[in-house]
Design a protein around this ligand. Structure first.
Ligand SMILES: NC(=O)c1ccc[n+]([C@@H]2O[C@H](COP(=O)([O-])OP(=O)(O)OC[C@H]3O[C@@H](n4cnc5c(N)ncnc54)[C@H](O)[C@@H]3O)[C@@H](O)[C@H]2O)c1
Length: 362
């Protein structure tokens, strides 16, 4: 599509925190790549205001936007239970689709979307913008470099402390930490795990939220030959721990979104230590001096990296949408493929089963 590199014509369904504050906010800043052609929302004042600010067509519901023939890409930014329904409707109307997370509530949703996309010759992809977070990219680079040796265990903590009382805390709305923020650390976890099907252990609880969905979740992904990846996504941590903790056979890494540090030992430059079964001399304990080598990373900001004429660092939303434009116009590889999206949704089903969170049927 789009051989002349005309801007991609976008219709955004939902004009809330995501549809307006993330998608419209960015898309309006790159008119050479995308043009917001229409928005839809059930709240009349909201959609009127958006359409007037954006200079685009306004629709009172998802269905009427999907029927608009002059839209190339539909962004689904509605409540969680409706994502697959509107994504499929838009595909069947011959549109490409970018769907907010969670990208369906069951692997069967993804299979149905994939079948519709294939039949229509269109693409459907998850909005997985935090795949471009710079701390995650750095952690991945260090883990894959081999510097830390074999990666045995990774812990990812998304800790916070606070109450919440909106629809994202209600099971009937497919809320809860897993469906809400969970797709982001799960994407990071499965990438570092190596895109394989994991065995899953999980537990969940609800403590400070007003609805009945979980606000405290821990899950562990395991498989032979893979690092064990633990994820804590919890709103009851008054003392939040490091977002990243990596344990390898030559060293480790820890840190957060702004700063990471790692250290490693080169055992090949140290004396060999063959097993010695005799009692130790002078009742001593094994001890040797480790020659640590260290590295660190600071998140780029325009203040830290003013560099003459250097462009400001791009954010994850921009990086995601620039890639998506290449997917749509040049056939580039997507940020997270449909197959990877299916693995993520199927893993969410396993986490729900392991933690006793009721299945979220569409
Ligand atoms: N990727 C991210 O970082 C990110 C961030 C925030 C939200 N989200 C996701 O975006 C989705 C929306 O969340 P939100 O925080 O924007 O919620 P919100 O309540 O702020 O906005 C949702 C909007 O969708 C509208 N809407 C619902 N059903 C509709 C329909 N059938 N037709 C037209 N409009 C409809 C509502 O009226 C509301 O204005 C959720 O699935 C959420 O998980 C993703």
């Amino acid at each position: 599509m789009n051989p002349n590199k005309e801007p991609v014509k976008v219709g955004i369904i939902g004009q809330g925190r995501s549809g307006w504050s993330i998608h419209a906010d960015f898309l309006r800043s790159v008119p050479e790549l995308y043009r917001i052609a229409a928005v839809a929302d059930l709240i009349p004042e909201r959609v009127r205001q958006s359409a007037s600010d954006l200079g685009c067509r306004a629709y009172p519901d998802a269905e009427s936007l999907i029927s608009d023939p002059d839209i190339d890409l539909v962004v689904v930014a509605t409540y969680n239970p409706t994502h697959a329904k509107y994504a499929r409707m838009a595909l069947r109307a011959g549109k490409n689709v970018l769907c907010e997370k969670p990208f369906g509530l069951a692997a069967a949703d993804v299979d149905a979307m994939a079948a519709d996309a294939k039949a229509a010759g269109k693409i459907v992809l998850p909005f997985q913008q935090r795949h471009y977070e710079k701390d995650f990219i750095k952690v991945r680079e260090i883990c894959e470099s081999g510097l830390l040796g074999e990666i045995v265990r990774i812990r990812i903590c998304w800790h916070s402390f606070g109450r919440r009382w909106d629809w994202q805390t209600s099971r009937a709305m497919a809320g809860g930490n897993l469906n809400n923020n969970g797709p982001h650390p799960l994407d990071h976890a499965l990438t570092l795990f190596g895109e394989a099907e994991p065995e899953v252990w999980a537990e969940a609880g609800g403590y400070l939220r007003s609805g009945d969905a979980e606000d405290d979740l821990k899950f562990i992904l395991r498989a032979p030959g893979r690092p064990t990846v633990e994820v804590e996504l919890s709103s009851i941590h008054a003392y939040g721990q490091d977002r990243w903790y990596v344990c390898g056979t030559r060293g480790g890494l820890h840190g957060d979104e702004k700063h990471l540090e790692w250290k490693w030992v080169d055992f090949s430059k140290m004396p060999p230590r063959p097993l010695d079964l005799a009692s130790t001399p002078d009742r001593s304990y094994n001890s040797e001096t480790l020659e640590w080598q260290t590295g660190c990373w600071n998140a780029p900001t325009s203040e830290i990296n003013p560099g003459a004429g250097a462009p400001p660092p791009t954010g994850p939303v921009e990086d995601f949408y620039r890639n998506l434009h290449k997917v749509l116009t040049e056939g580039a590889a997507p940020t997270v493929s449909l197959e990877q999206a299916r693995l993520r949704v199927a893993t969410m089903e396993k986490i729900r089963a392991a933690a006793g969170i009721p299945a979220m049927l569409p």
